[in-house]
Structures are given as structure tokens and as C-alpha cells.
Design a protein around this ligand. Structure first.
Ligand code: ATP
Length: 890
């Protein structure tokens, strides 16, 4: 293996036959892609199918069934034993398939987050899918990127990477391009950037030395982000709950056995009764149903453009009480157009919209003369700029930051030619834009002089200015008051304001932040419009209705922030915007109050977002926070739901977030919250639906033993009911659409118990109804001369028909069952029809009769059972109406 870190960059480039400035040409890159394959790690080794299948058998419930089946076989009941063991196999198989499907769905989501890389190809800079990188490619790195392959760095400027993913070391390390001794260990190779690590600051470029499985990360198996975990707080709670339930049920089963023996029943009968009780009372379908409901929810959210990276987020979304959103790009379009310029004491207006350079600059309603200060303001905007406008068939498209694109368009409207400016004022160096400093600087050379242009937030640049240009372009003493007034006028109109400045730099000085001393010359201001996204106003109103506060936390000017917040309905026009500087003066207690009372925070530096999240959480809020930059990562991690941007955001922010918006749009957060609430609601519906059947079945057995009568239902029949109804009926609730008034309810308290007293009472009511129905109709059948098999068939059908009708009751937990529309979920109808067909087979097909000891029953019995089930269903609706919270629209 080549010690790339010990070689000088030109040697590495020569080895890969690439020009480190130009990059590979497309033909060569395509040939190498053929040879080396895609830059993608092969799928992580997963557990073997057999191991996954066997792990299904190790669940407590299945173990109980295995023991029951084995003892039954030992007692000579081969039919029962083989059905019980058959059920064990089917249950394990269903669990295996469901788990596989859920994992595959999540893994597919994880894969759908493709990574892009900036590469030099044939002399031009391009963004491409990182999977297409080949050894020898020249990759350009910027703060926020995820390193797409192993690179030997050729250049590096203040470059720092976080290699926690590779070395476990969380402190970022400085990177450079110089060669190192050959024996330098991996963690100290400062001139290499490794795949999967994150660029937290600076810029750099490097030659790809390894791709895919050949990268250091690819070699370490298990490092590759595997499928997301399937557990959430709720599933964990449920696992614990079912474990306790199991112990309680086993104890009850043992007691039943003991009571029966004491009464003189045969051990065999009592053993079968105990088994019946255990299999009846355990909610078999519960864990699988919860996982599947969550997985279906995750898939639904991804269709609504919200990708869940951490499964617990699905649940937390439903209890979100505050959304902290940044402004640019999330609430607004991030499509900037310069509309106002202030320079040399004159205000100008600029017409036109978008990136087409069609429009006019006017002053006092007349076409404006391009005066020297106006020209230099526009020129500074072009030179201190990294964006590019490309003509396409229909319109101009932008490559780079929209704020910078707008400056290019404004200059073109004044007739300035960007390419000419770039060649007359070649760029020597730059300090890229950094959201903490809020400005960008470039250094240019003209006729032996070194000119420095800076653009950025007015508050940041003005203190470093000592002069400004007059109408003739001559420097005069600075008049900060006039500049502040012009800024305020633009900001109050909702425009984003940039200041442009100039200075000179001595030949021997290296460009750094200290160069912006106190002698900048102020050139002018440019104000650009960034229209609010069309649906956002409605989404904010929906959040307010749902008891969710929306707070704007932006790096922009307070005036601009307030104007946009008013337009979007976040606040009224009379509220104030707090600035980052003011927040920094507050102690923690005061910050908590301000965070609670106010909704607009401007000129906030990314680091301050972390404090704001903490303050809100200290107030008991459940916080969703958006972020896109490198420095947003701590706040995203601290928030209950970190939300990153899929289009405009950095890889660093995405790694830290629980949810990624593929369209960067605030409205998507609102949609995800609605889905999150819906999913939790559906889980609850399943639980409320399934528990009474289990309790009812357990109670029937218990009552029979205590009363000393024949069991109304056998363990096999119970197993049949539980297995088929869980899949054909219960699972269908996962497809229930969100309630129409979902977003008119307050957020769910995360500390509230899973089942409210009302729901607990309902579960008890339905359990008792099932007990009464099954027991009394069984006894009635016997009394009317039915055989035991017929009477048991009646009892089993009571359970199934009641479950079918109760399923419709459970379609909404507090509204009438028709509130969501009778046919809004066709799955419950399909499932019910399929279940009925199976029950007909269970009752009339000879094979089923043999296996399950059932017998055909008359139509009159069906009528009686249906009447009882329908009566119960009506009673449950009455109970719902009586316990419905007041004020709920129904
Ligand atoms: P948000 O935090 O809502 O996305 P924002 O985009 O305004 O808002 P930042 O990107 O942090 O926040 O920008 C903060 C300020 O920095 C802007 O108001 C502007 O004055 C300045 N700024 C933004 N982009 C640039 C740039 N490319 N060059 C120079 N200054 C910039």
C-alpha cells in the first residue's frame, strides 16, 4: 500500500495521473468508474436469516407456547400439540417477515439520503453524486461537507475535520497539505481526509486515494451507518409492560391450575385450561403491530418530504410544543432579488424578479445614472462573490448562494460585465462567509495595488468603517446615522440588507480577519427581497391552532426578521425582535422568560441557538429546531427534534438531526407533526382494540374454572382468533388516515400515561361485554341442546364478530365511529370481509372442524351473535359520547 501521507501532493497527483488544478476529464473518470466500481460501501453484514428467525423464537411469549406445545405432545394430544407448534412457527415467520420489511424500509430511507461531492472535472467545478467518485478525482471540501472518499489533501485553509466517526475522537483536528513521516499513525495523518469524517471549518482540496470498501471507513466493518434502530420510548415501554403482563398471566394460569386440581379436576384438563388462559390473555400481536405502525408512518412521512433519521422522533413529533425555525429558505423561498440600493447618499430602486438580468435601476422614478459610488457598490458585490449564473434554454440558473446570485443580477442590470471584472481584478485570496462573523472578504490585485472588498451584515462592517463615498465617489467622513436610517428603511420593508465596503492591503500583509481594522470605506447598501413561501402562512396558522408556538430564529437583521414574521402571522406588528447581542446579556432565568414570551430572534449566532433550546426546554417545552449550518449541530442535537435541510443544509447538520426535510420547507414540519400525531393515535387505537379481546378471553377461562363448568373455548381456538384477528383486523388500523381535527388539539404531554382513565374504563367495559357475550351464548347453546363443539363455535364467533364491530368503534377514540368517513380506510373493510370468510371456513369447512374441534351452527345463531355484537358496539358508541371531552367538534 502506498504511504500517501508521506508523499508530496504533486507526487500523489502524478501517481494518479491527474492535474490537481483541472481534475480528471470525464472520459477518464468514466473509465475509472468501470474499473474501480461505485464509491459506495457494500451493504453491512447483516444477521443471517436463520439467526433472525431463531431470535423470533426466543421471545417470552413464544417460549411459553413452545413449553405448552411440548407438554401437550407429551400428554399425547398430538393434534393440539402440532397446531400449537404450528402457530409458534407461523408467529415466528410473520415476525421475521415483518421485522425484515420494517428494517428494509428504514434502510432504504437511510440510503435515499444520497451524498453529493464537489469535484474538479475537466477544469470546472461540479457537484455530483459521491458514488461516482473515482481514485484520482480532485475533491473540493468546504465547511459542513462530509468527506466523500479518502483524500490526500493538496490545499487546506483553516481546514478542520471531526473524525469521531473513524477514530472516536470528538475534538476536531487541524488539517494541512504537507508531507508527514511514513510511520505516522492513522489518527495523526493531518494531510489526509478520510471518508465519513466531517469538515467543521475551512476549505481544502485533495486527490481521492481510495473509494468504497477500500477507504479506511470501508475497511472497518460496522462503521457504516446501518439501518436505524427500531426501538422508541413507546416500544420499550410496551416491551416492559408485556413482560409484566406475562408474569401476571402465568401466575394467574398457575393459580387456575391449582384451584382446579384442588376442586378435583384432572391435571390434564387443568393444564389445558391454564394454557388457554395464558395464550388468550397475552397480546401476541402487540409488539409487531407497534413496529409496523411506526414503519408505515415513517414511509408516509417520507412521501410528505420528511425523512426520519431517528425513529423515536415519530413519537416526539406528536408532542412538539414549539417549533424554532430559521427564516431564509425555510420560511422564505431563498430566491433573492436586489430591489433597493443606497449609495453616495442616493436611494435607488431595482426592477425585475428572479435571476434573469432583466430590469432597470431607477432613482426618483427616473432611469438612474450609474454614478461612481453606485458602480463601485455593484462591482464590490460581483467581486466579493462565489456564485455563478448560467444561461439555460429558458432562463438563468444559479450555482451557489442566492444572496450572492442576486448581487450578480443587480450588476448585470446596470450593464456591468462580470467576466470582465473577474479578469481585470483577479482574486488573490478570500475569507469565506461564516454565519458567526456574518461577512465575507476577498482580496484582488489591480495595477500593483491590493484591494480588499468585504460584504456582510451592516452591524458587523460599519464599526470597521471610517469613511464613505460621496455622490462623486470621493471618500468623506462616515455618517453612521444616515446609513442606519437607510438600513432600517430597507429592513422594515422586509428586505435583507447587505453592506459593501472596500480597503487596501499592504503588500506584505496576509489576509486574515484582523485586516478589517478601522479603515474600511463604506460603499453602499443593497436590499434584497426574499418572498415568504406561499403555504407557510397557512402552516403557521395550523400550528397555532394545534397549540404549537412558532419562533423565528434568524441570522438576519431584526427589522427584516420582524417584517417577515408579521407577514407570515408569527407575531403581530407590535412585538419586538430580540437580537443575539441582547440575548447574550441575559442570565439563564431571564432568557427563559424572554424565550417564552417572544417569538422573533434576530442576528442570532448559531451557538446561541443552543442556549435558546435549553431555555425553552427548561420551560417544559418540547422543541423542534431547524438548522442547516455546521455550527447548528449542537442545537440540533439538544433539541427534542433536530430538523435539518436536505437541499441547502450541510452534511454536518444532517448527521446531527432526527429529521431531514427534503424540500427545506417549514410546511413540511407541520405536515410531519400531523403525521406524528396520527401515528401515535393509530398505535393507541390498536392497543385499545386488542387488549379487551385478550382480557375477555382470559376472563372467560377464569370464570369457567371458578364456576367449575366446561371451558367455553379451547386454547387452539383462542390461538386461531388471536393470530387471525391481529393481522386481518388490528393491523388495518395502521392505515387509518389522521383525524380531520388532529391539528385542532393541543400537543400530547410526553409524561401523560399511555392509556387515559377513559380508555382504561373502555377496555374494562369491552372486556366484560366479551366475557358476558361469549359465556352466556355458550351456556345458552348448551342448554338449547347444542353439542360442545357447536357451543364453542358460537363462543369463538362471538369474540370474532365483536372484534370486527369493535374495530369500527376504534377507528376514532373519542369521535363517533363515522367521524372520519365510513370509507376513508378501505383496509378495515377488506380485513373484516377476509376475517368473515375465514370464520365461515372455521365454522363450516370439515378440515377446520377437525383441527379446531368446531361444528357448523345455524343461521339463527349468527343472528343472535350479530345482535349481541351490534348492541355492544352501540353501547360503546354511547360510552364514547358520554365521556367525550367537551368542546370537541363532532
Ligand atoms: P437564517 O438564519 O434564517 O437562515 P440568514 O440566512 O439571514 O437567516 P445567515 O446566513 O447566518 O442567516 O446570514 C446572516 C447575515 O449575514 C445576513 O443577514 C447577511 O447580512 C449576512 N450574509 C448572508 N450571506 C452572506 C454572504 N454570502 N456574504 C456576506 N454576508 C452574508
Amino acid at each position: 500500500m502506498h504511504p500517501w501521507h508521506a508523499m508530496e501532493p504533486p507526487h500523489v497527483a502524478a501517481h494518479f495521473e491527474v492535474d490537481a488544478q483541472q481534475g480528471l476529464d470525464e472520459a477518464e473518470a468514466a473509465a475509472r468508474l468501470q474499473k474501480h466500481g461505485r464509491n459506495r460501501p457494500s451493504a453491512p453484514p447483516t444477521r443471517s436469516g436463520l439467526a433472525r428467525f431463531l431470535s423470533q423464537l426466543l421471545q417470552p411469549l413464544i417460549l411459553v407456547l413452545i413449553v405448552a406445545g411440548t407438554v401437550t405432545a407429551w400428554l399425547g394430544e398430538t393434534v393440539d400439540a402440532s397446531v400449537i407448534l404450528g402457530v409458534v412457527l407461523i408467529n415466528a415467520l410473520v415476525g421475521y417477515i415483518q421485522e425484515g420489511k420494517a428494517e428494509a424500509a428504514l434502510a432504504a430511507l437511510a440510503r435515499s439520503m444520497t451524498m453529493e461531492a464537489t469535484v474538479m472535472r475537466g477544469g470546472s467545478r461540479q457537484r455530483l453524486d459521491a458514488a461516482h467518485l473515482v481514485p484520482g478525482d480532485v475533491v473540493v471540501l468546504a465547511a459542513g461537507d462530509k468527506v466523500p472518499a479518502d483524500l490526500r489533501l493538496c490545499t487546506g485553509k483553516s481546514l478542520r475535520t471531526s473524525e469521531a466517526a473513524l477514530t472516536g475522537e470528538s475534538t476536531p483536528v487541524d488539517k494541512h497539505a504537507q508531507a508527514l513521516p511514513a510511520e505516522t499513525v492513522l489518527g495523526d495523518r493531518r494531510n489526509m481526509a478520510y471518508a465519513g469524517t466531517l469538515v467543521v471549518a475551512g476549505q481544502g482540496s485533495g486527490v481521492v486515494t481510495a473509494t468504497g470498501d477500500h477507504t479506511e471507513a470501508g475497511k472497518v466493518s460496522g462503521l457504516i451507518a446501518g439501518a436505524a434502530e427500531l426501538a422508541t420510548p413507546l416500544t420499550r415501554k410496551l416491551t416492559v409492560f408485556t413482560r409484566y403482563l406475562l408474569v401476571a398471566i402465568l401466575a394467574l394460569a398457575a393459580l387456575t391450575f391449582a384451584v382446579g386440581i384442588w376442586r378435583g379436576e384432572s391435571a390434564f384438563n387443568m393444564f389445558m385450561a391454564a394454557v388457554a388462559l395464558a395464550v388468550g390473555a397475552i397480546p401476541e400481536g402487540l409488539p409487531a403491530a407497534v413496529t409496523i405502525t411506526l414503519a408505515i408512518g415513517v414511509a408516509r412521512m417520507s412521501r410528505r418530504r420528511a425523512i426520519i433519521r431517528k425513529l423515536p422522533a415519530v413519537e416526539t413529533l406528536g408532542s412538539t410544543t414549539v417549533i424554532c425555525s430559521d427564516k431564509t429558505g425555510t420560511l422564505t423561498e431563498n430566491a433573492m432579488t436586489v430591489q433597493a440600493i443606497w449609495s453616495g447618499g442616493t436611494s435607488y430602486k431595482v426592477s425585475g424578479l428572479g435571476y434573469d438580468p432583466i430590469g432597470q435601476i431607477t432613482a426618483a422614478m427616473q432611469p438612474a445614472e450609474i454614478t461612481p459610488p453606485l458602480r463601485e457598490t455593484l462591482m464590490a458585490g460581483v467581486l466579493c462573490n462565489d456564485a455563478k449564473l448560467l444561461p439555460t434554454a429558458r432562463q438563468w440558473t444559479l450555482l451557489g448562494d442566492p444572496t450572492e446570485g442576486a448581487l450578480l443580477v443587480a450588476a448585470s442590470k446596470a450593464g456591468l460585465d462580470c467576466d470582465t471584472l473577474y479578469s481585470v481584478f483577479p482574486r488573490l485570496d478570500e475569507l469565506p462567509f461564516d454565519p458567526n462573523r456574518q461577512y465575507m472578504v476577498t482580496l484582488h490585485e489591480i495595477e500593483g495595488e491590493r484591494l480588499l472588498y468585504a460584504k456582510g451584515a451592516v452591524e458587523k462592517l460599519l464599526p470597521a468603517c471610517s469613511a464613505m463615498l460621496n455622490a462623486d465617489g470621493q471618500p468623506i467622513p462616515l455618517a453612521p446615522e444616515a446609513i442606519h436610517q437607510a438600513t432600517a428603511r430597507m429592513a422594515e420593508a422586509g428586505l435583507r440588507v447587505l453592506a459593501l465596503t472596500r480597503s487596501t492591503l499592504a503588500a506584505n500583509r496576509i489576509l486574515d480577519h484582523d485586516c478589517l481594522g478601522a479603515d474600511l470605506v463604506f460603499l453602499g447598501l443593497m436590499g434584497m427581497i426574499d418572498p415568504p413561501r406561499p403555504q407557510v402562512r397557512a402552516s403557521i396558522a395550523a400550528c397555532h391552532n394545534a397549540g404549537i408556538r412558532v419562533k423565528m430564529i434568524t441570522g438576519d437583521h431584526p427589522g427584516t426578521a420582524r417584517a417577515i414574521a408579521c407577514q407570515l402571522g408569527i407575531t403581530g406588528s407590535d412585538t419586538r425582535a430580540w437580537t443575539g447581542q441582547e440575548l447574550a446579556q441575559l442570565d439563564d432565568a431571564a432568557l427563559c422568560t424572554v424565550a417564552r414570551e417572544f417569538d422573533v430572534f434576530a442576528r442570532v449566532e448559531p451557538e446561541q441557538k443552543f442556549r435558546l433550546v435549553q431555555a425553552l426546554q427548561a420551560n417544559g417545552e418540547v422543541v423542534a429546531m431547524t438548522g442547516d449550518g455546521v455550527n447548528d449541530a449542537p442545537a440540533l442535537k439538544q433539541a427534542d427534534i433536530g430538523v435539518a435541510m436536505g437541499l441547502g443544509g450541510t452534511a454536518v447538520a444532517r448527521e446531527a438531526a432526527a429529521m431531514v426535510l427534503t424540500d427545506d420547507n417549514f410546511s413540511t414540519i407541520e405536515a410531519a407533526i400531523e403525521e406524528g400525531r396520527g401515528i401515535y393515535d393509530n398505535l393507541l387505537k390498536f392497543i385499545v382494540w386488542t387488549l379487551p379481546t385478550n382480557a375477555g378471553e382470559g376472563l372467560v377461562i377464569l370464570a369457567a374454572i371458578l364456576a367449575g363448568v366446561t371451558l367455553p373455548i379451547t386454547p387452539l381456538q383462542i390461538l386461531w382468533i388471536n393470530m387471525t384477528t391481529a393481522v386481518l383486523l388490528g393491523m388495518m388500523l395502521a392505515f387509518e388516515p389522521p383525524r380531520h381535527d388532529m391539528m385542532q388539539q393541543p400537543p400530547r404531554s410526553p409524561s401523560a400515561p399511555l392509556l387515559s382513565p377513559t380508555l382504561l374504563r373502555r377496555i374494562v367495559l369491552v372486556s366484560l361485554l366479551m366475557l358476558v357475550g361469549a359465556f352466556s351464548l355458550f351456556e345458552l347453546a348448551l342448554r338449547q341442546g347444542s353439542t360442545l363443539a357447536e357451543a364453542r363455535t358460537v363462543a369463538a364467533n362471538v369474540f370474532v364478530l365483536m372484534e370486527i364491530l369493535y374495530l369500527f368503534n376504534c377507528r376514532t377514540l373519542s369521535q363517533p365511529c363515522w367521524a372520519n368517513g365510513w370509507f376513508s380506510n378501505q383496509w378495515v373493510w377488506l380485513g373484516s370481509a377476509a376475517m368473515l370468510l375465514l370464520q365461515l371456513a372455521f365454522t363450516y369447512a370439515p378440515t377446520f372442524n377437525n383441527v379446531f374441534q368446531t361444528a357448523p351452527i345455524s343461521a339463527q345463531w349468527w343472528l343472535t351473535i350479530t345482535a349481541f355484537a351490534a348492541g355492544s358496539s352501540v353501547l360503546i358508541e354511547l360510552e364514547k359520547a358520554l365521556t367525550r371531552p367537551r368542546g370537541s367538534d363532532s
